[in-house]
Design a protein around this ligand. Structure first.
Ligand code: NIG
Ligand code: FE
Length: 405
Protein backbone atom coordinates (compact mmCIF):
# COMPACT_ATOMS: atom_id res chain seq x y z
CA UNK A 1 0.00 0.00 0.00
CA UNK A 2 1.30 3.50 -0.87
CA UNK A 3 0.07 6.91 0.23
CA UNK A 4 0.46 10.43 -1.18
CA UNK A 5 -0.13 13.33 1.23
CA UNK A 6 0.54 17.08 1.51
CA UNK A 7 -1.84 17.76 -1.39
CA UNK A 8 -3.24 21.31 -1.51
CA UNK A 9 -6.13 20.38 -3.82
CA UNK A 10 -7.07 16.96 -5.07
CA UNK A 11 -9.18 16.86 -8.25
CA UNK A 12 -10.95 13.51 -8.22
CA UNK A 13 -12.83 14.23 -11.48
CA UNK A 14 -16.15 12.38 -11.79
CA UNK A 15 -16.53 9.89 -14.62
CA UNK A 16 -19.61 11.73 -15.84
CA UNK A 17 -22.02 14.47 -14.83
CA UNK A 18 -21.70 18.24 -15.20
CA UNK A 19 -18.82 19.34 -17.42
CA UNK A 20 -17.41 21.81 -14.92
CA UNK A 21 -17.55 19.44 -11.94
CA UNK A 22 -14.05 18.32 -10.99
CA UNK A 23 -14.86 17.23 -7.42
CA UNK A 24 -12.08 19.22 -5.69
CA UNK A 25 -10.99 18.29 -2.16
CA UNK A 26 -8.51 20.31 -0.12
CA UNK A 27 -5.91 18.86 2.28
CA UNK A 28 -6.25 15.45 0.70
CA UNK A 29 -4.58 12.05 0.44
CA UNK A 30 -4.48 9.32 -2.21
CA UNK A 31 -3.78 5.66 -1.41
CA UNK A 32 -3.10 2.91 -3.94
CA UNK A 33 -2.15 -0.72 -3.97
CA UNK A 34 -0.37 -2.16 -6.99
CA UNK A 35 -1.84 -0.40 -10.01
CA UNK A 36 -5.20 0.42 -8.41
CA UNK A 37 -6.53 3.45 -6.49
CA UNK A 38 -7.90 2.49 -3.07
CA UNK A 39 -8.69 5.89 -1.51
CA UNK A 40 -8.82 9.48 -2.76
CA UNK A 41 -10.29 12.06 -0.39
CA UNK A 42 -9.76 14.23 2.68
CA UNK A 43 -6.68 13.31 4.73
CA UNK A 44 -8.82 13.65 7.86
CA UNK A 45 -11.04 10.80 6.67
CA UNK A 46 -8.26 8.45 5.58
CA UNK A 47 -9.21 4.94 6.79
CA UNK A 48 -6.83 3.81 9.56
CA UNK A 49 -5.75 0.74 7.57
CA UNK A 50 -3.77 3.09 5.27
CA UNK A 51 -1.92 4.91 8.05
CA UNK A 52 1.17 2.66 7.85
CA UNK A 53 1.45 2.76 4.08
CA UNK A 54 4.69 3.90 2.44
CA UNK A 55 4.34 7.71 2.23
CA UNK A 56 5.12 10.15 -0.55
CA UNK A 57 4.98 13.95 -0.33
CA UNK A 58 3.16 16.06 -2.95
CA UNK A 59 4.95 19.16 -1.64
CA UNK A 60 1.73 21.13 -1.33
CA UNK A 61 0.95 20.85 -5.05
CA UNK A 62 -2.34 19.84 -6.58
CA UNK A 63 -3.07 16.34 -7.81
CA UNK A 64 -5.03 15.42 -10.93
CA UNK A 65 -5.77 12.11 -12.67
CA UNK A 66 -2.97 11.09 -15.07
CA UNK A 67 -3.47 13.16 -18.22
CA UNK A 68 -4.72 11.44 -21.37
CA UNK A 69 -3.64 12.68 -24.79
CA UNK A 70 -6.51 11.11 -26.74
CA UNK A 71 -5.40 12.14 -30.27
CA UNK A 72 -1.85 11.91 -31.61
CA UNK A 73 -0.06 10.82 -34.78
CA UNK A 74 2.89 9.71 -32.65
CA UNK A 75 4.87 7.59 -35.12
CA UNK A 76 6.27 9.35 -38.17
CA UNK A 77 9.48 9.78 -40.12
CA UNK A 78 11.06 13.20 -40.71
CA UNK A 79 9.73 16.67 -39.95
CA UNK A 80 8.27 19.49 -42.09
CA UNK A 81 9.83 22.74 -40.88
CA UNK A 82 10.18 23.85 -44.50
CA UNK A 83 6.40 23.71 -44.95
CA UNK A 84 5.91 25.66 -41.74
CA UNK A 85 8.10 28.40 -43.21
CA UNK A 86 6.21 28.23 -46.55
CA UNK A 87 2.89 28.66 -44.73
CA UNK A 88 4.29 31.69 -42.92
CA UNK A 89 4.98 33.09 -46.40
CA UNK A 90 1.34 32.55 -47.39
CA UNK A 91 1.11 29.00 -48.80
CA UNK A 92 -1.95 27.12 -47.57
CA UNK A 93 -1.95 23.68 -45.95
CA UNK A 94 -4.17 22.37 -48.76
CA UNK A 95 -1.97 23.87 -51.54
CA UNK A 96 1.11 22.24 -50.06
CA UNK A 97 -0.69 18.91 -49.93
CA UNK A 98 -1.95 19.25 -53.51
CA UNK A 99 1.64 19.88 -54.63
CA UNK A 100 2.77 16.54 -53.19
CA UNK A 101 3.88 17.83 -49.79
CA UNK A 102 2.01 17.71 -46.50
CA UNK A 103 0.91 14.24 -45.43
CA UNK A 104 2.49 12.83 -48.64
CA UNK A 105 5.89 14.07 -47.61
CA UNK A 106 5.63 12.39 -44.19
CA UNK A 107 4.44 9.20 -45.92
CA UNK A 108 7.65 9.14 -47.96
CA UNK A 109 9.79 9.71 -44.86
CA UNK A 110 7.90 7.10 -42.83
CA UNK A 111 8.13 4.47 -45.57
CA UNK A 112 11.88 5.08 -45.72
CA UNK A 113 12.42 4.80 -41.96
CA UNK A 114 13.16 1.49 -40.28
CA UNK A 115 11.09 0.28 -37.39
CA UNK A 116 13.85 0.78 -34.81
CA UNK A 117 14.39 4.44 -35.65
CA UNK A 118 10.62 5.09 -35.63
CA UNK A 119 10.32 3.42 -32.24
CA UNK A 120 13.23 5.42 -30.83
CA UNK A 121 11.79 8.72 -32.05
CA UNK A 122 8.31 7.99 -30.67
CA UNK A 123 9.78 6.76 -27.36
CA UNK A 124 11.63 10.03 -26.94
CA UNK A 125 8.37 11.98 -27.37
CA UNK A 126 6.61 9.67 -24.91
CA UNK A 127 9.25 10.22 -22.28
CA UNK A 128 8.79 14.01 -22.53
CA UNK A 129 5.01 13.55 -22.42
CA UNK A 130 5.29 11.41 -19.28
CA UNK A 131 7.26 14.19 -17.59
CA UNK A 132 4.35 16.55 -18.40
CA UNK A 133 1.95 14.29 -16.46
CA UNK A 134 0.59 12.32 -19.41
CA UNK A 135 -0.02 8.63 -18.63
CA UNK A 136 -2.07 7.37 -21.62
CA UNK A 137 -1.65 8.24 -25.30
CA UNK A 138 -3.84 7.42 -28.29
CA UNK A 139 -1.61 6.94 -31.34
CA UNK A 140 -2.59 6.66 -35.00
CA UNK A 141 -1.04 5.09 -38.05
CA UNK A 142 -1.75 6.90 -41.33
CA UNK A 143 1.74 7.71 -42.65
CA UNK A 144 2.29 4.33 -44.28
CA UNK A 145 -0.73 4.15 -46.60
CA UNK A 146 0.11 0.67 -47.80
CA UNK A 147 -0.26 -2.63 -45.99
CA UNK A 148 3.34 -3.08 -44.85
CA UNK A 149 3.98 0.48 -43.76
CA UNK A 150 0.67 0.87 -41.93
CA UNK A 151 1.42 -2.38 -40.09
CA UNK A 152 4.95 -1.09 -39.40
CA UNK A 153 3.52 1.91 -37.55
CA UNK A 154 1.11 -0.25 -35.59
CA UNK A 155 3.99 -2.60 -34.77
CA UNK A 156 5.92 0.39 -33.37
CA UNK A 157 2.96 0.99 -31.02
CA UNK A 158 2.86 -2.68 -30.03
CA UNK A 159 6.57 -2.57 -29.16
CA UNK A 160 6.23 0.69 -27.23
CA UNK A 161 3.52 -0.89 -25.13
CA UNK A 162 6.15 -3.10 -23.53
CA UNK A 163 9.34 -1.02 -23.89
CA UNK A 164 8.17 2.08 -21.99
CA UNK A 165 5.65 2.75 -19.20
CA UNK A 166 2.87 4.83 -20.80
CA UNK A 167 -0.22 3.08 -22.12
CA UNK A 168 -0.69 3.35 -25.87
CA UNK A 169 -4.12 3.06 -27.50
CA UNK A 170 -3.52 2.33 -31.21
CA UNK A 171 -5.80 3.59 -33.99
CA UNK A 172 -5.66 2.52 -37.64
CA UNK A 173 -5.75 5.57 -39.96
CA UNK A 174 -5.08 3.97 -43.35
CA UNK A 175 -7.79 6.36 -44.59
CA UNK A 176 -5.65 9.45 -43.96
CA UNK A 177 -5.13 10.19 -47.67
CA UNK A 178 -5.22 8.27 -50.94
CA UNK A 179 -1.50 7.67 -51.56
CA UNK A 180 -0.06 9.19 -54.75
CA UNK A 181 0.44 5.81 -56.47
CA UNK A 182 -3.34 5.25 -56.22
CA UNK A 183 -4.31 8.77 -57.31
CA UNK A 184 -5.94 7.57 -60.53
CA UNK A 185 -7.47 4.45 -59.01
CA UNK A 186 -9.03 5.45 -55.72
CA UNK A 187 -11.40 2.49 -55.81
CA UNK A 188 -8.42 0.13 -55.63
CA UNK A 189 -7.11 1.85 -52.50
CA UNK A 190 -10.52 1.62 -50.87
CA UNK A 191 -10.67 -2.05 -51.76
CA UNK A 192 -7.20 -2.61 -50.28
CA UNK A 193 -8.30 -0.98 -47.02
CA UNK A 194 -11.68 -2.68 -46.76
CA UNK A 195 -10.84 -6.11 -48.08
CA UNK A 196 -7.30 -6.64 -46.83
CA UNK A 197 -5.82 -4.24 -44.33
CA UNK A 198 -8.76 -3.52 -42.00
CA UNK A 199 -9.62 -7.22 -41.63
CA UNK A 200 -5.97 -8.06 -40.92
CA UNK A 201 -5.49 -5.21 -38.41
CA UNK A 202 -8.65 -6.26 -36.57
CA UNK A 203 -7.89 -9.95 -36.66
CA UNK A 204 -4.34 -9.45 -35.32
CA UNK A 205 -5.53 -7.03 -32.64
CA UNK A 206 -3.15 -4.30 -33.85
CA UNK A 207 -5.61 -1.42 -33.31
CA UNK A 208 -8.58 -0.69 -31.09
CA UNK A 209 -10.05 2.02 -33.32
CA UNK A 210 -10.31 2.91 -36.99
CA UNK A 211 -10.20 6.59 -37.99
CA UNK A 212 -10.80 8.31 -41.35
CA UNK A 213 -9.95 11.83 -42.56
CA UNK A 214 -13.16 13.10 -44.17
CA UNK A 215 -12.27 16.29 -45.98
CA UNK A 216 -11.94 17.79 -49.45
CA UNK A 217 -8.76 16.25 -50.96
CA UNK A 218 -8.87 13.35 -48.49
CA UNK A 219 -11.96 11.06 -48.31
CA UNK A 220 -15.58 11.80 -49.17
CA UNK A 221 -18.40 11.20 -46.76
CA UNK A 222 -19.49 8.11 -48.69
CA UNK A 223 -15.96 6.69 -48.82
CA UNK A 224 -15.61 7.35 -45.10
CA UNK A 225 -18.90 5.60 -44.41
CA UNK A 226 -17.79 2.51 -46.30
CA UNK A 227 -14.42 2.34 -44.54
CA UNK A 228 -15.88 2.88 -41.09
CA UNK A 229 -18.77 0.46 -41.57
CA UNK A 230 -16.24 -2.15 -42.63
CA UNK A 231 -14.12 -1.45 -39.56
CA UNK A 232 -17.19 -1.65 -37.33
CA UNK A 233 -18.17 -4.99 -38.81
CA UNK A 234 -14.69 -6.25 -37.87
CA UNK A 235 -15.13 -5.14 -34.27
CA UNK A 236 -13.07 -1.94 -34.30
CA UNK A 237 -14.31 1.20 -32.53
CA UNK A 238 -14.68 4.31 -34.70
CA UNK A 239 -13.23 7.81 -34.78
CA UNK A 240 -13.40 10.50 -37.50
CA UNK A 241 -11.25 13.49 -38.45
CA UNK A 242 -14.26 15.64 -39.32
CA UNK A 243 -15.03 19.17 -40.48
CA UNK A 244 -11.47 20.42 -39.89
CA UNK A 245 -11.01 22.70 -42.88
CA UNK A 246 -14.53 22.78 -44.32
CA UNK A 247 -18.01 21.60 -43.40
CA UNK A 248 -18.36 18.09 -44.82
CA UNK A 249 -20.84 16.25 -42.63
CA UNK A 250 -18.24 14.09 -40.87
CA UNK A 251 -19.55 14.99 -37.41
CA UNK A 252 -23.05 13.84 -38.38
CA UNK A 253 -21.64 10.57 -39.71
CA UNK A 254 -19.76 10.02 -36.45
CA UNK A 255 -23.02 10.36 -34.53
CA UNK A 256 -24.91 8.14 -36.96
CA UNK A 257 -22.33 5.32 -36.84
CA UNK A 258 -21.97 5.49 -33.05
CA UNK A 259 -18.32 6.58 -33.23
CA UNK A 260 -16.65 6.98 -29.87
CA UNK A 261 -15.36 10.42 -30.93
CA UNK A 262 -14.96 12.89 -33.76
CA UNK A 263 -12.01 15.26 -33.93
CA UNK A 264 -11.20 18.85 -35.00
CA UNK A 265 -14.84 19.84 -35.84
CA UNK A 266 -14.18 23.56 -36.20
CA UNK A 267 -16.59 23.75 -39.16
CA UNK A 268 -19.24 21.30 -37.90
CA UNK A 269 -22.85 22.22 -38.71
CA UNK A 270 -25.26 23.03 -35.89
CA UNK A 271 -27.45 19.96 -36.48
CA UNK A 272 -24.37 17.71 -36.41
CA UNK A 273 -23.31 19.22 -33.08
CA UNK A 274 -26.72 18.30 -31.72
CA UNK A 275 -26.51 14.82 -33.22
CA UNK A 276 -23.11 14.18 -31.63
CA UNK A 277 -24.32 15.43 -28.25
CA UNK A 278 -27.37 13.15 -28.44
CA UNK A 279 -25.29 10.16 -29.53
CA UNK A 280 -22.72 10.68 -26.74
CA UNK A 281 -19.90 10.96 -29.30
CA UNK A 282 -17.02 12.89 -27.70
CA UNK A 283 -15.90 16.08 -29.49
CA UNK A 284 -12.09 16.06 -29.44
CA UNK A 285 -10.78 19.61 -29.81
CA UNK A 286 -7.25 20.12 -31.14
CA UNK A 287 -6.31 23.74 -30.49
CA UNK A 288 -2.61 23.34 -31.37
CA UNK A 289 -3.67 22.50 -34.96
CA UNK A 290 -5.88 25.62 -35.04
CA UNK A 291 -2.94 27.65 -33.77
CA UNK A 292 -0.46 26.41 -36.38
CA UNK A 293 -2.89 26.48 -39.32
CA UNK A 294 -4.41 29.82 -38.30
CA UNK A 295 -7.80 28.14 -38.44
CA UNK A 296 -10.69 28.96 -36.12
CA UNK A 297 -10.68 27.39 -32.66
CA UNK A 298 -13.51 25.05 -31.70
CA UNK A 299 -16.46 27.11 -30.42
CA UNK A 300 -16.55 24.96 -27.29
CA UNK A 301 -19.30 26.95 -25.55
CA UNK A 302 -21.72 26.05 -28.31
CA UNK A 303 -20.82 22.35 -27.99
CA UNK A 304 -21.06 22.35 -24.20
CA UNK A 305 -24.37 24.23 -24.31
CA UNK A 306 -25.71 21.44 -26.54
CA UNK A 307 -24.59 18.92 -23.93
CA UNK A 308 -21.61 17.51 -25.86
CA UNK A 309 -18.52 16.30 -24.02
CA UNK A 310 -15.47 18.23 -25.24
CA UNK A 311 -12.04 16.62 -24.87
CA UNK A 312 -8.72 18.41 -25.47
CA UNK A 313 -5.71 16.75 -27.13
CA UNK A 314 -2.49 17.75 -28.89
CA UNK A 315 -2.92 16.13 -32.36
CA UNK A 316 0.88 15.77 -32.25
CA UNK A 317 2.04 15.32 -35.88
CA UNK A 318 4.77 16.80 -38.11
CA UNK A 319 2.39 19.02 -40.11
CA UNK A 320 -0.53 20.77 -38.44
CA UNK A 321 0.51 20.29 -34.79
CA UNK A 322 4.23 19.73 -34.26
CA UNK A 323 4.04 19.76 -30.45
CA UNK A 324 3.14 17.14 -27.85
CA UNK A 325 2.88 19.73 -25.08
CA UNK A 326 -0.57 18.99 -23.66
CA UNK A 327 -0.32 21.93 -21.26
CA UNK A 328 -0.09 24.22 -24.31
CA UNK A 329 -3.27 22.68 -25.74
CA UNK A 330 -4.98 23.15 -22.37
CA UNK A 331 -4.09 26.82 -22.05
CA UNK A 332 -5.20 27.44 -25.66
CA UNK A 333 -8.49 25.63 -24.96
CA UNK A 334 -9.10 27.94 -22.01
CA UNK A 335 -8.16 31.17 -23.79
CA UNK A 336 -9.40 30.54 -27.35
CA UNK A 337 -12.09 27.89 -26.91
CA UNK A 338 -13.42 29.70 -23.83
CA UNK A 339 -13.43 26.65 -21.63
CA UNK A 340 -13.12 27.03 -17.87
CA UNK A 341 -10.10 25.41 -16.18
CA UNK A 342 -12.49 22.78 -14.78
CA UNK A 343 -13.86 22.00 -18.26
CA UNK A 344 -10.32 21.79 -19.63
CA UNK A 345 -9.33 19.37 -16.86
CA UNK A 346 -12.35 17.19 -17.73
CA UNK A 347 -11.22 17.46 -21.35
CA UNK A 348 -7.84 15.82 -20.66
CA UNK A 349 -9.06 13.27 -18.11
CA UNK A 350 -12.61 11.87 -17.95
CA UNK A 351 -13.77 13.06 -21.39
CA UNK A 352 -10.45 12.06 -22.97
CA UNK A 353 -10.79 8.60 -21.39
CA UNK A 354 -14.27 8.29 -22.93
CA UNK A 355 -12.86 9.33 -26.32
CA UNK A 356 -10.71 6.18 -26.27
CA UNK A 357 -13.21 3.88 -24.57
CA UNK A 358 -11.43 3.80 -21.19
CA UNK A 359 -13.95 5.76 -19.09
CA UNK A 360 -14.57 2.94 -16.64
CA UNK A 361 -10.91 2.57 -15.62
CA UNK A 362 -9.02 5.77 -16.51
CA UNK A 363 -9.35 9.55 -16.21
CA UNK A 364 -10.73 9.72 -12.67
CA UNK A 365 -9.29 9.20 -9.17
CA UNK A 366 -12.01 6.80 -8.10
CA UNK A 367 -11.30 3.70 -5.97
CA UNK A 368 -10.86 0.75 -8.32
CA UNK A 369 -9.53 2.92 -11.16
CA UNK A 370 -5.97 2.79 -12.50
CA UNK A 371 -3.42 4.44 -10.19
CA UNK A 372 -2.40 7.12 -12.71
CA UNK A 373 -1.91 10.67 -11.45
CA UNK A 374 0.13 13.83 -11.86
CA UNK A 375 1.41 16.12 -9.10
CA UNK A 376 1.27 19.70 -10.37
CA UNK A 377 3.37 22.54 -8.98
CA UNK A 378 0.39 24.88 -8.46
CA UNK A 379 -2.10 25.36 -5.65
CA UNK A 380 -5.04 24.81 -8.00
CA UNK A 381 -5.95 24.35 -11.68
CA UNK A 382 -6.53 28.08 -12.27
CA UNK A 383 -2.90 28.74 -11.45
CA UNK A 384 -1.73 25.72 -13.44
CA UNK A 385 -3.39 26.78 -16.71
CA UNK A 386 -2.59 30.45 -16.24
CA UNK A 387 1.14 30.09 -15.48
CA UNK A 388 2.31 28.32 -18.65
CA UNK A 389 5.81 26.96 -18.09
CA UNK A 390 8.21 24.47 -19.69
CA UNK A 391 6.83 21.93 -17.24
CA UNK A 392 4.52 22.46 -14.26
CA UNK A 393 4.34 18.74 -13.47
CA UNK A 394 6.48 17.58 -10.54
CA UNK A 395 5.83 13.86 -10.50
CA UNK A 396 3.94 11.34 -12.61
CA UNK A 397 2.49 8.10 -11.25
CA UNK A 398 1.69 5.44 -13.88
CA UNK A 399 -0.04 2.20 -12.89
CA UNK A 400 1.11 2.73 -9.29
CA UNK A 401 4.79 3.48 -10.05
CA UNK A 402 6.55 6.86 -10.03
CA UNK A 403 8.13 7.55 -13.38
CA UNK A 404 11.82 8.39 -13.49
CA UNK A 405 12.76 11.70 -15.04
O1 NIG B 1 -4.99 15.80 -37.57
N1 NIG B 1 -6.03 16.28 -40.54
C1 NIG B 1 -5.33 15.34 -40.88
N2 NIG B 1 -4.31 14.84 -40.24
C2 NIG B 1 -3.49 15.53 -39.31
C3 NIG B 1 -2.40 16.29 -39.96
C4 NIG B 1 -1.49 15.40 -40.61
C5 NIG B 1 -0.30 16.08 -41.21
O2 NIG B 1 -0.33 17.28 -41.59
O3 NIG B 1 0.70 15.36 -41.32
C6 NIG B 1 -4.30 16.40 -38.36
O4 NIG B 1 -4.25 17.64 -38.39
FE1 FE C 1 -5.13 14.38 -36.25
Amino acid sequence: MKLLTNISTLYRVPVDGKHDDVDAVSDAAVAWEGDTIRYAGPLAELPSEYADAQRFDAGGGCVVPGLIDCHTHLCFGGWRGDEFAARLEGASYQDIQAAGGGINSTVRATRNADIESLEEKAASALSDMAALGVTTVEAKSGYGLDRDNELKQLEVYRRLQSSQPLEIVPTFLGAHLVPTEYRDRRADYLALLCEEVIPEVAQRGLARFCDAFIEENAFTLEEGRRILETAKSHGLGLKIHADQLSSGGGAGLAAELGAVSAEHLEYAAEEDIRAMADAGTVAVSLPIASLYLREPFLPARKWIDHGARVAVATDFNPGSAPSYHLHLAMTLAAVHQRMSPAEVLRGVTSHAARAIGLQSTHGSLTPGFRADLAVIDAPDINHWLYHFRPNACRMTLKSGDWLER
